[in-house]
Design a protein around this ligand. Sequence first.
Ligand SMILES: *[C@@H]1O[C@H](CO)[C@@H](O)[C@H](O)[C@H]1NC(C)=O
Ligand SMILES: *[C@@H]1O[C@H](CO)[C@@H](O)[C@H](O)[C@H]1NC(C)=O
Ligand SMILES: *[C@@H]1O[C@H](CO)[C@@H](O)[C@H](O)[C@H]1NC(C)=O
Ligand SMILES: *[C@@H]1O[C@H](CO)[C@@H](O)[C@H](O)[C@H]1NC(C)=O
Ligand SMILES: *[C@@H]1O[C@H](CO)[C@@H](O)[C@H](O)[C@H]1NC(C)=O
Ligand SMILES: *[C@@H]1O[C@H](CO)[C@@H](O)[C@H](O)[C@H]1NC(C)=O
Ligand SMILES: *[C@@H]1O[C@H](CO)[C@@H](O)[C@H](O)[C@H]1NC(C)=O
Ligand SMILES: *[C@@H]1O[C@H](CO)[C@@H](O)[C@H](O)[C@H]1NC(C)=O
Ligand SMILES: *[C@@H]1O[C@H](CO)[C@@H](O)[C@H](O)[C@H]1NC(C)=O
Ligand SMILES: *[C@@H]1O[C@H](CO)[C@@H](O)[C@H](O)[C@H]1NC(C)=O
Length: 790
Amino acid sequence: MSLHPSSSSSLLFFLLFFFLNPFFSSSQKILSSFNSKSPPWNPTQNQILLSPNSTFAAGFLQSSQNSFNFSIWYYKIPVKTIVWSANPNSPLNSSATLFISSSGELKLTPSTSSSAPNLWPSIIRNTSSVLFLQEDGSLVYGNWNSFLNPTDTYLPTQNITGTNLTSANGKFQFDGSNSNTLFFNGNDSYFTFSQNALQRLEETGEVTQVNGKFVSSDFGEKGKLRRMKLDEDGNMRIYSFDLSSSLAKNWTIVWQAVNQLCTIHGTCGTNSICLYDTSTTQTSCVCPPGFRKDTSKSCVRKIPLMTKDSKASKYLPLDFVSFTGVGNQTDLKALSFSSCEKNCSDKNDCLGFLFKYDGTGYCVLVLEKLLYGYWSPGTEFVMYLRVDSRENDISNFIGMTSLMETSCPVRISLPFPPEESKTTTRNIVIISTIFAAELISGVFFFWAFLKKYIKYRDMARTFGLEVMPAIGPKRFSFSEIKNATNDFTDKIGRGGFGDVYKGKLSDGRVVAVKCLKNVKGGDAEFWAEVTIIARMHHLNLVRLWGFCAEKGRRILVYEYVPNGSLGEFLFQKSLIQSPDGQKPILDWNIRYRIALGVARAIAYLHEECLEWVLHCDIKPENILLGDDFCPKVSDFGLAKLKKKEEMMTMSRFRGTPGYVAPEWTKADPITPKADVYSFGLVLLEIVSGTRNFEHHNSKVESDQWFFPAWAFDKVFKDMNVDDILDPQIKQSYDSRAHFDLVNRMVKTAMWCIQDRPDARPSMGKVAKMLEGTVEIIEPKKPTIFFLSEE
Ligand SMILES: *[C@@H]1O[C@H](CO)[C@@H](O)[C@H](O)[C@H]1NC(C)=O
Ligand SMILES: *[C@@H]1O[C@H](CO)[C@@H](O)[C@H](O)[C@H]1NC(C)=O
Ligand SMILES: *[C@@H]1O[C@H](CO)[C@@H](O)[C@H](O)[C@H]1NC(C)=O
Ligand SMILES: *[C@@H]1O[C@H](CO)[C@@H](O)[C@H](O)[C@H]1NC(C)=O
Ligand SMILES: *[C@@H]1O[C@H](CO)[C@@H](O)[C@H](O)[C@H]1NC(C)=O
Ligand SMILES: *[C@@H]1O[C@H](CO)[C@@H](O)[C@H](O)[C@H]1NC(C)=O
Ligand SMILES: *[C@@H]1O[C@H](CO)[C@@H](O)[C@H](O)[C@H]1NC(C)=O
Ligand SMILES: *[C@@H]1O[C@H](CO)[C@@H](O)[C@H](O)[C@H]1NC(C)=O
Ligand SMILES: *[C@@H]1O[C@H](CO)[C@@H](O)[C@H](O)[C@H]1NC(C)=O
Ligand SMILES: *[C@@H]1O[C@H](CO)[C@@H](O)[C@H](O)[C@H]1NC(C)=O
C-alpha cells in the first residue's frame, strides 16, 4: 500500500480513526507479532496484531453472541471490512485458542483440550517462526502466507493464479487454479474468464491476466484501497475506498464480472424466471404462466404435464425469456418454427424450446428441467413453454411476436381503426412494432414493461389519429416559456448553441427548452428554419414541439429525453456511484443498436428529408437516450442557423480537437461527409468507452496520441479487436456472440474517418454497413488529424 497523506492530515486521520474505530477500546492490546513465547491467545483477550502502518489488523472478531472468527480486516477505515478468515466454516466460541505448540506448529483450536482439532487452514511447523501481519494484508508464519489460502477476497499484489475463492455464504466458488470460472454449488458454472486467466489485482486497479488485462473504472487514481471479492450474490467485484476524500464513507464498486445478475446461476430456483430491476439493482423471481410459487425462489406446475400424448399439451410463448440451465438441452438447426415445435413434441422429456426469429433456425430444446430462466430483451429469444392443454393461464411475458428489428422503426404505419373484435391482434401489431424498437436494452423490470405495454397501447391509439395531419411547431410566448421553466431555474445542459432548461408545459408535457445564442437572421427566417426542423420525424431524432421568437429571443422547445446523453453513459467514472448518479454499463447489443439508430437518424436527415440537413455537431453529448436506451439525436438543423465561422469558433472553444472533420479547417465545402466523419469518431468511442483523444490508461500523454490510428493498427495489423474494447465490459465480450457486431462497428468507423470526404461512404451506406447488408472491405488507415491551434 503506498498512501501519501501529508503528515499533519495523517495525524488527524490517525486520531480520528483511533477514536471512531469500532474495534478499538482503551484496553486493547496491540501486538506486532505473535510467537511461541506469547501466552495462548483467547477471544476474550482484547488484543490484535497490527500491520506496520496499521492498514490491517488481525485477531478474533466476534460475529454473533458467542461466535468468533480469527480474521484480518482493514483497521484504518470506519467500515468493518473483513478480508480473510482462518476458520470461515467453523465459527468458534470463547474457549477457542491460538497458540504455537512446542513443536512449532501454529494451532487454532476450538478449546484448550489436547485432543481439539487444529482449524488453521494448513498444518505448518516451524520452530524459528513468528506470526505477523504484513502491510499488504497477508499473515505470515514461516513459509506460509495467508495469501495462499484466500477466503472470499483478493488484495492488491496477491497471486490469484493457483488459488480459489468461496463466497461467505458458501454457495459460490471462483476457481482461479484451473478453469478461471465462477461456479454455483461447486460444479455449476455461469461465468468464465476462459483462456485469459487472472493473475493479480494491482494497487492501481488493474487486473493482469495471462494474456492482457482489464481495469477498474477508477484505474490509476491514487490514495485508494482496493479489493476484489466474490460476493454472496455470486458476482465478483472490485471495490475501492477513497482515503483522501473526507466524504467517502464507504466502498464503491468499480468493476464487476457479471453485468446481468440474472445470468448468475442459483439467483432463482427451478421453474422460475429471474428479473432485474435497474432502479433498485435487485433481482426477483417470478413464475411463468401455468406455475405457482413453491418457495420464494422456485415454482411448481399447477397442472402436471402429460407428454406421452402430444395433444395433451400446448405451448405458451414467453418473449425475451431464456432458460439456460444445466438441464439436458439440445441445439438444433430447425428449418422452421413448426419443425422446432415438432421436435419438442416428439420428445417426452421436452419441456419447451427456445426459438429465435432471425431466420437462422436457432432452436434449442429444453429437456428434463427448467432451470435458470431469466428475462432480458438482449436475449432475443422466445421461450415456448410446454403446458397442459387445459391450462388457462396466458403468457405474462409479451413484447415480441414478430421478427425483432435492430433499431427503432423508422416509420409506423397504422391501419384504420378496425372492428372491436380485432383489437387484440391490432394491438399486438402496434405493440410489436413499437417494442421491436424500444425494447433494445438488456435490463429492466418486467412490471415496468407491463405498464409500458398499457401506456403504449393507449399512446398508439392516439398516435394513429394524431400522426396523419402534419402539425406545425407551436409558437410559444416568452411568458409561457418562463412559466414552464419556472423562470429558467432547472438548467440541465449547456451546449454550443445555448443553455438548456427542463420545464413542464401547461398540458403536462415535460420539455427541454433550449435558449439559442447568436442566431443569425430575422424572425421570418427563424420561423422558416424551425418549421423545417419540426417536420423531421424519426424515432431516433428528438422531437421539436415548439419555439419562441420574441424580442430577439430564440428559444426551441423539445421533448424531454430522460436518461441523459450517451456521453454520460460511456465516460462515467464509477460503475455504481451514489444512488442518484447511477448509470448501468451499456452492453454490446445496446451499443450496437445505439450506433445503428444514430446512423439511421442521420441518414434520414441527409437523404430522406426534403431539404438537406447537415447536423454538423455529432458527438456523444448530442445523442440522448430514452428510458429504454433508444437513442435520440438532438441539435440537428441548428447548424443552419449558425455561420461556418461560428461553428469553427465553437469547436476551438471546446479546446479539444473534438469531432470535426478536416474540411472544417480548410476552405473546402462542407458536405454531408463531414457528419459521416464525426459519426465515425463517435462510433469508435462507443466501442472503446474512451474519448478518442484520451488514452485507455490516461497514462500516455502525447500530442501524437490519436486513438483511431492506434485502433486501426490493432484491428487491421495485429488482427486483435480485443485491445480496443471498453475495459469496463471487456470481460463480457464473447468473441462468438459479439465479434461480428464489434467488427462491423470498428470497420465502419474506419471508413467514416477517412481524410478525403469522397473516400467516406454516405450515411445511408454507413447504416447498411452496420446492419451487415453490405460487405465491408478493408479501409485505408486514417492519418492523424488535428485542428491547427494558431
Ligand atoms: C509506512 O509508512 C511510511 C510513511 O508513510 C512509508 O515510508 C513506509 O514505506 C510504509 N511502510 C510500509 C511497509 O508500507
Ligand atoms: C464467522 O464465520 C461465520 C460462519 O462462516 C459467519 O457466519 C460469520 O459471519 C463470520 N464472522 C466474521 C466476523 O467473519
Ligand atoms: C465451545 O466449543 C467447544 C468445542 O466446540 C465445546 O466443547 C465447549 O463446550 C463450548 N463452550 C461453550 C461455553 O459453549
Ligand atoms: C521457517 O521460517 C523461516 C522464516 O521465518 C524460513 O526461513 C524457514 O525456511 C522456515 N522453515 C520451514 C521448514 O518452513
Ligand atoms: C506470485 O507468483 C509469482 C509467479 O507467478 C511468483 O514469482 C511469486 O513468488 C508469487 N508470490 C507469492 C507471494 O506467492
Ligand atoms: C480450486 O478448485 C479446483 C476445482 O474445484 C480444484 O481442482 C483445485 O484443486 C482447487 N485449488 C485449490 C488451491 O484449492
Ligand atoms: C455436481 O455436484 C452435485 C453434488 O455434488 C452432483 O449431484 C451433480 O451430479 C454434479 N453435476 C455435475 C455436472 O458434475
Ligand atoms: C456500505 O455499503 C454496504 C453495501 O453497499 C452497506 O451494506 C453498508 O451499510 C454501508 N456502510 C456504511 C457505513 O454506509
Ligand atoms: C442428454 O440426453 C442425451 C440423449 O437425449 C443422453 O444421451 C445424455 O446422456 C443426456 N445427458 C445428461 C447429462 O443427462
Ligand atoms: C427434428 O425434426 C425434423 C423434421 O421434423 C427431423 O427431420 C429431425 O430428425 C428432428 N431432429 C431431432 C434431433 O429430433
